[in-house]
Design a protein around this ligand. Structure first.
Ligand code: ZN
Length: 172
């Protein structure tokens, strides 16, 4: 076990909390931050605090959005509001927007149902999707979660949940 000065140890611990970052990489990142000029280190810290303060979830689609209002997709009057594409993460919206001419709106779940990782329907934005569909303006819901076990199980669960509504549910 290696011991660093407490402030450095604290920094290493914070990096080690990031997904996919082990203790060794966390040390390397902490050393890098210490090697930065003062203003670069401050800009790094400011970016974290600033993003946390400025970014909220769009009240309609739950995608990340700056400020309290609707995201750019939900604001766009040219979008077909009767079609919702359900994705797991904000990055999936970016991929969809880049790869094809999808005319509808999105719904970002912020995760998938995963009993192994103790993630249930109440831990992701399921209720918000049902509320949108229940309003009655939606004609089609496209399930675009990943084709892996959890993505499939989440799509199946949502399809069953939406069955009572007069909405066409399709799988991407
Ligand atoms: Zn939105």
């Amino acid at each position: 076990m290696q011991y660093f000065p407490p402030a450095l140890e604290k920094l290493v611990e914070q990096f080690a909390r990031l997904p996919g970052i082990g203790r060794k990489t966390a040390q390397r990142l902490a050393f890098f931050v210490l090697s930065l000029p003062e203003e670069d280190a401050a800009a790094f810290a400011d970016a974290i605090v600033g993003a946390k303060a400025a970014i909220h979830c769009c009240p309609v689609c739950q995608n990340f959005s700056e400020g309290d209002g609707l995201c750019p997709v939900c604001q766009d009057p040219k979008r077909d509001t009767s079609v919702i594409c359900v994705v797991a993460d904000p990055k999936d919206v970016v991929a969809m927007e880049r790869s094809r001419e999808y005319p509808g709106l999105y719904h970002v779940l912020h995760g998938v149902i995963s009993p192994m990782n103790h993630v249930g329907p109440d831990d992701i934005r399921v209720k918000e999707l049902v509320d949108r569909v229940a309003k009655g303006d939606v004609r089609e819901v496209i399930m675009a979660t990943n084709p892996d076990t959890e993505g499939e199980a989440t799509a199946m669960y949502l399809s069953r949940l939406l069955r009572p509504f007069s909405v066409k549910v399709t799988r991407l």
